[in-house]
Design a protein around this ligand. Structure first.
Ligand SMILES: [Ca+2]
Ligand SMILES: [Ca+2]
Length: 354
């Protein structure tokens, strides 16, 4: 009898694994070719050729850009040197990117910046929060931005047992932020199994010095995160599930699911167009090419605009699409007054006017 039960359980497990494997193959291996879309005036940004995973633009037009991310499973096209935060003034006619100096006392050699988020306090001081992966761990670094000196003063490193495999953050108050965890496991092999079997063990975390808690879970791989302009909703990209979750934010910082916007592409970082309040999503149209990098047949790039996010039928349109001949592996698009910056995971950065 015991053997029969064991055999039945084994059969059921194998059937489940088989079914998950088929779903995974369908999801990852269906490669979608994109029809090219490009605003009239675009040019590559000099000095930003090793990836610009996340971009956050201040209301003044100063853009912070995180560059040089090294991440398990990514192609080795990123030189093995420290990452930087670059600054670009979007008000300039021909904006140039410039690496920001970082104050002494911070370990710059192991700086491996990922998602970023800016915060302006009531005294108008600007802070930059950066997801960092020194030695492949996850920390959140808080910097104060010194505009005149074009430098970052390192204030604090935040670590917590729940702050693991962090992808992106959105700051909601002094030392208060939401963060996404993109994988449950940290070892590459286990991550692969996690992705194939789609455990949905990743989550969104709320962090404050007083309280740290998981506020939303059940994501295949929670990635980009941002907040609505009225500060009432949190938007979370689930990259492998190819969708965006709209969640209501409560006074106690808890989140409740409101709706899911399904897209046919792997959604990475999210930003808000301040002029229209639309979501801009940096997306990967073909994950297989991204995971299996071949410069002869590179992954493409895609930026989507989602209008009327809260309505029953949000409008989705393509802002930018390229087969990889210009831009490979777009992760983010950030806009300031008809000017657009598109960043990539390990490739170039594009500046467009529209
Ligand atoms: Ca971000
Ligand atoms: Ca991301």
């Amino acid at each position: 009898m015991g053997k029969l039960v064991a055999l039945t359980l084994l059969g059921a497990s194998l059937a489940l694994i088989g079914q998950r494997l088929v779903t995974f193959r369908q999801r990852i291996f269906t490669s979608r070719d994109v029809d090219p879309v490009e605003p009239q005036k675009c040019q590559l940004v000099e000095g930003l050729e090793a990836g610009s995973e996340d971009i956050d633009i201040l209301p003044s037009g100063l853009a912070f850009i995180s560059t040089g991310l090294k991440y398990p499973g990514l192609p080795k096209s990123v030189p093995d040197e420290p990452g930087y935060i670059f600054l670009m003034d979007m008000n300039e006619k021909n904006p140039q990117a410039q690496a920001l100096d970082i104050s002494d006392g911070f370990d710059k050699a192991s700086f491996n910046p990922h998602g970023i988020s800016t915060f302006i306090d009531k005294d108008h001081a600007v802070y930059l929060y950066v997801v960092n992966h020194p030695h492949m761990k996850s920390t959140v670094e808080i910097f104060k931005f010194e505009e005149k000196q074009r430098s970052l003063i390192h204030l604090k490193t935040i670590t917590h047992e729940l702050l693991e495999s962090v992808n992106d953050i959105v700051v909601v108050g002094p030392e208060q932020f939401y963060a996404t965890r993109d994988h449950y496991f940290s070892k590459f092999f286990l991550r692969l199994i996690e992705m194939i079997l789609d455990f949905q063990w990743t989550y969104v975390l709320f962090y404050s010095p007083k309280e740290v808690k998981v506020v939303a879970k059940g994501f295949s791989s929670a990635n980009g995160i941002t907040i609505s302009p009225d500060k009432k909703y949190i938007y979370v990209a689930d990259v492998t599930a190819q969708n965006i979750h709209v969640m209501k934010k409560h006074d106690n910082w808890d989140l409740t699911p409101l709706k899911v916007i399904q897209l046919a592409t792997f959604v990475d970082n999210l930003t808000i167009d301040p002029a229209t309040e639309d979501i801009l999503a940096g997306c990967h149209p073909n994950a297989k090419k991204l995971l299996n990098y071949n410069p002869e047949n590179p992954p493409g790039s895609e930026v989507l605009r989602i209008e009327n996010v809260l309505s029953e039928h949000p409008r989705i349109s393509t802002v930018y699409a390229n087969d990889g001949s210009v831009l490979q592996g777009s992760t983010v698009a950030s806009v300031y007054k008809k000017k657009l910056l598109i960043g990539t995971i390990f490739h170039k950065t594009l500046y467009c006017e529209f």
